[in-house]
Design a protein around this ligand. Structure first.
Ligand code: DX5
Ligand code: ZN
Length: 215
């Protein structure tokens, strides 16, 4: 999965009244992944969408559905998100007591397993699960909302995780406050997947915004 830089527009900043159309537009604009933010009003102070919407979006794109679960507990719901057609299911290390078991459960469903770390969570929590991971998501904002400012403290974390990954085939994704101006900082540190919500959907030309991030 790792390799050249992939862009993952976050539909959190899209128009929810026409999500299918929005997803088709970023698909045609060259996005590799479609990033879907699932929030429960408990793990994070916001509520978004559930597996039903993921299932509906599945019919609009063949791109990778990159589902970011900001829900606690996560274990009871991964089956429904798998069934709905997610390709990657990412859970938060802070939202499960048994990270190793939760990741194995996602892989047992035939899906790629990701783990996300809040800004304050050290990368050391990953040490003993590295061989059960397909994606590591570094949050560069506190999860819950789009449009927040990028936390530069996370660049060093990306660098350290890149070293931990070594030659494993694991995506290193960064999420929150990514714009054309700081995308290079993240990719230089080792990130290969950039999530972008407001910087893609706020403008009129999604393809241009996606191209700008890639450069
Ligand atoms: C935040 C979400 C992000 C968010 C990013 O909790 O996980 O995916 O949509 O939005 P921007 O790019 O606007 O920071
Ligand atoms: Zn996200």
């Amino acid at each position: 999965m790792a390799g050249s830089v992939k862009i993952a527009p976050s539909i959190l900043s899209a128009d929810f009244a026409k999500l299918g159309e929005e997803v088709r537009a970023v698909d045609q604009g060259g996005a590799e992944y479609i990033h879907v933010d699932v929030m429960d009003g408990h793990f994070v102070p916001n509520i978004t969408i559930g597996p039903g919407v993921v299932g509906s979006l599945r019919k609009h794109t063949e791109k990778v559905l990159d589902v970011h679960l900001m829900i606690e507990p996560c274990d009871p719901f991964v089956g429904q998100f798998a069934e709905a057609g997610s390709d990657i299911i990412t859970i938060h290390a802070e939202a499960t007591k048994h990270l190793d078991r939760s990741l194995q459960a996602i892989r047992d469903l035939g899906k790629k397993a990701g783990v996300s770390l809040n800004p304050h969570t050290p990368e050391t929590v990953l040490e003993y699960v590295m061989d059960k991971l397909d994606l590591i998501l570094v949050m560069s904002v506190n999860p819950g909302f789009g449009g927040q400012s990028f936390l530069e403290s996370q660049v060093e974390k990306i660098r350290r995780i890149k070293k931990m990954i070594g030659d494993r085939n694991i995506d290193l994704e960064v999420d929150g406050g990514i714009k054309a101006e700081n995308a290079g900082l993240c990719t230089e540190a080792g990130a290969n997947v950039l999530v972008a919500g407001s910087s893609v959907f706020k403008g009129a030309d999604y393809k241009q915004a996606i191209d700008a991030l890639r450069k």
